[in-house]
Every structure is written in structure tokens, then in C-alpha cells.
Design a protein around this ligand. Structure first.
Ligand code: NAI
Length: 329
């Protein structure tokens, strides 16, 4: 079966890191794929250059690449849509301005997704990702809300990497990211997000106990993960791209093929789980089971976690209220 994947903002820096790995089979392995690349008109020429490079890779499973500036064409019949392109926050821009601009982009794209396959999987990476996913979903009422998700896998991966390094330091033994399980990102993909290790395990033990340093968790780990994007901009002079592309592909791969029982983090529509108001797109720990995902249920939420989750959810509510005031929701 040939899959058709739409990628928006395809001439941008995340697009440049993502397209070649997608075409090489990172998500769909040996199954053939077609790419539909959406850009704004002024970026189409640059996108033609990217397509030339895709051609020059002679990927054996890449059947076709089409480029367009029309969302309805881009999404026609697609099995998955990676919504990466968005309006970045510029100096002096208020959050309302940002939501206004992105509200226009994501309401147009949401309406155009009516042309997608019924089973389309939508992953929103473009910021503000959670609220952009909410807006796109709102304008595509015929598509089940479960098919709209936003990316917090990068935050999840950042957390795993910090924790593996800390556990290596504390135990004096090499600890790899795959040794650590049940880490969760809650809330918004923003500095208010809550990376939670209260359920995390390392070789059957509580990771918090292994680390044994609550102050490190609260004062170093949580802010390091939450502010990692800004630290990368400060160091690189540009925002994270390769890691964001990798996380976007892992998000789609696990959603398509399952996460082998492991927890991953995805921002998905709340149905009131963990007192996150229904209707918000908020990050939760989920387990992917090949084509679908389930929010992990029944977790005990301690006082510290509750406070952090509530703070991030309050920000999501404020974004939703602003989007409603602006008429994009
Ligand atoms: P970029 O500026 O290099 O590329 C964005 C591309 O989107 C540009 O080529 C632009 O022409 C295109 N674009 C803008 N409006 C469009 C529209 N209406 N339709 C189609 N294409 C459109 O930005 P980059 O670095 O690739 O990042 C893309 C987005 O991803 C940004 O919003 C960034 O903040 C976000 N991001 C999200 C992360 C996450 O973990 N959720 C992590 C890192 C970045």
C-alpha cells in the first residue's frame, strides 16, 4: 500500500531535516510513500531545490513528490499530515498577534483537511503547537478529534536524555535512554510544560529514588527540559530543527506502529482525564498500540505534579480563550 504524507512548511529548517529521513523509510520502512509538500508561494522556489535533492537521493521507496501552495491540493487523500509550517513569533509580537496569524493558517488548513483520507493522522509541530492543533481540529468537525495531535515528543526525548545522564552520574554505571521508562510530559509545549518523573522506572526501581535528589529534579531537571528550546537558540543562533524533525517522525512512527508498551508523550484532546478540562489539546503520557493511542490512566498525581500540571493547563486555557476572542475558534 502506498501512503501519501503531507508536510507543511517543507522548505523550512525542520522540513529539511525531516523529509530525507521520511523518504528513507524511518516511519514506513519498505512501504512506498508519496510526499505532498505545502509552502507559501514565496518559498516554492526554495522547495523546488529541496525536491531536486530528494530526486538526487534516488530513494527506492519514494514514488512521487508534489509541491503546492494550496492546502486543499496538499491534503487531498493523504494518510498523514505533518503540520510544521507556522508563523514564528517575531520580536515585539504579542501572544495574541501570534495566535491571530496562526489561527488563520490553521483554520484554513483544518478546513482543507476535509480532503484527506478518513483515517488521516495529523501531527502539529508548528508553534503554538497545542493550540494550533485545537484550531485545525475545530475547523475539521468531520474528522474525529483523536486524529489531531501536537508534538511534545521532543520534550519527552529531552527529558530522557537529561535523566540518563543524571542516572549515569549518580550510579557510576552507564544508563541509556532505553533503560528509563514511564517518563511523562504534561500540558503545553512551552516553558510551562511539566516533565514528570514521579512514575519513572529504571531497571524496576523508582528513578526518583535512584536519583535521590528532589532539589535537582525541581530546580534543574524541570527548567532544563522546559527551557531547552531557548538554550538551543542561544547556542546555535537558530531554533532546534534536527531534533524536532526526529521527534516528529518518532511521534508518527509510534502512532502508526505502536510504542511496544512504552510510555511516550503526545499532546491530544483531553476528555477530562486527570482534571484537564475536556476539549483542550494537552500533553499526556500515552501508549501507542499500532494505529491508535491510549492515555495512561489511573496514575496518582502528587501535590507537586498537580500544581505544575494545573499551571500549564491554565496557559492552554488562556490560549484557547484568546483564540476564541479572536474568532479563530
Ligand atoms: P522555519 O521558519 O525554518 O520554517 C517554517 C516554514 O513554514 C517556512 O518555510 C515558511 O515559509 C513555512 N510556512 C509558513 N506559513 C506557512 C503556511 N501557511 N503554509 C505552509 N507553509 C508555511 O521554521 P522551523 O525551524 O522549520 O520550525 C517550524 C515550526 O516548528 C515553528 O513554529 C517552530 O516554532 C516549531 N517548532 C516546534 C517544536 C515542537 O517541539 N513542537 C520544536 C521546534 C520547532
Amino acid at each position: 500500500m502506498t501512503r501519501t504524507i503531507a508536510v507543511t512548511g517543507a522548505a523550512g529548517q525542520i522540513g529539511y531535516s525531516l523529509l530525507f529521513r521520511l523518504a528513507a523509510g524511518f516511519v514506513y520502512g519498505d512501504e512506498p510513500i508519496r510526499l505532498r509538500l505545502l509552502e507559501v508561494p514565496q518559498a516554492l522556489q526554495a522547495l523546488e531545490g529541496v525536491v531536486m535533492e530528494l530526486d538526487d537521493c534516488a530513494f527506492t521507496r519514494l514514488e512521487a513528490v508534489e509541491i503546492t501552495d494550496d492546502p486543499a491540493t496538499a491534503f487531498d487523500g493523504v494518510d498523514a499530515a505533518l503540520l510544521i509550517g507556522s508563523m514564528p513569533r517575531k520580536k515585539g509580537m504579542e501572544r495574541a498577534d501570534l495566535l491571530q496569524k496562526n489561527g488563520e493558517i490553521f483554520s484554513t488548513q483544518g478546513r482543507a483537511l476535509v480532503n484527506a483520507a478518513d483515517h488521516v493522522k495529523v501531527v502539529v509541530t508548528g508553534n503554538p503547537a497545542n493550540t494550533n492543533a485545537l484550531i485545525a481540529s475545530h475547523h475539521a468537525p468531520d474528522i474525529p478529534k483523536t486524529q489531531f495531535t501536537a508534538l511534545t515528543r521532543l520534550d519527552h526525548n529531552r527529558a530522557l536524555s537529561q535523566l540518563a545522564a543524571k542516572a549515569t552520574e549518580v550510579t557510576g554505571e552507564p544508563v541509556y535512554v532505553q533503560d528509563i521508562e514511564q517518563v511523562a510530559i504534561w500540558g503545553n509545549h512551552s516553558a510551562t510544560q511539566y516533565p514528570d518523573i514521579s512514575h519513572a522506572r529504571l531497571a524496576g526501581r523508582s528513578l526518583a529514588e535512584v536519583i535521590g535528589d528532589e532539589a535537582w529534579v525541581a530546580d534543574e531537571f524541570v527548567p532544563t527540559v522546559a527551557k531547552r528550546g531557548a538554550a538551543i537558540i542561544a547556542a546555535r543562533g537558530a531554533s532546534s530543527a534536527a531534533s524536532a524533525a526526529h521527534a516528529t517522525l518518532e511521534h508518527l512512527r509510534d502512532w502508526e506502529h505502536g510504542s511496544s508498551g512504552r510510555w511516550v508523550s503526545m499532546a491530544v484532546h483531553s476528555q477530562g482525564e486527570y482534571d484537564v478540562p475536556a476539549g483542550l489539546v494537552s500533553s499526556f503520557p500515552v501508549v501507542c498500540t499500532g494505529g491508535s493511542y491510549e492515555i495512561v490512566t489511573g496514575l496518582e498525581i502528587g501535590a507537586f505534579s498537580r500544581q505544575r500540571i494545573d499551571a500549564s493547563v491554565a496557559e492552554l486555557q488562556a490560549e484557547r480563550d484568546t483564540a476564541q476572542d479572536l474568532g479563530v475558534l
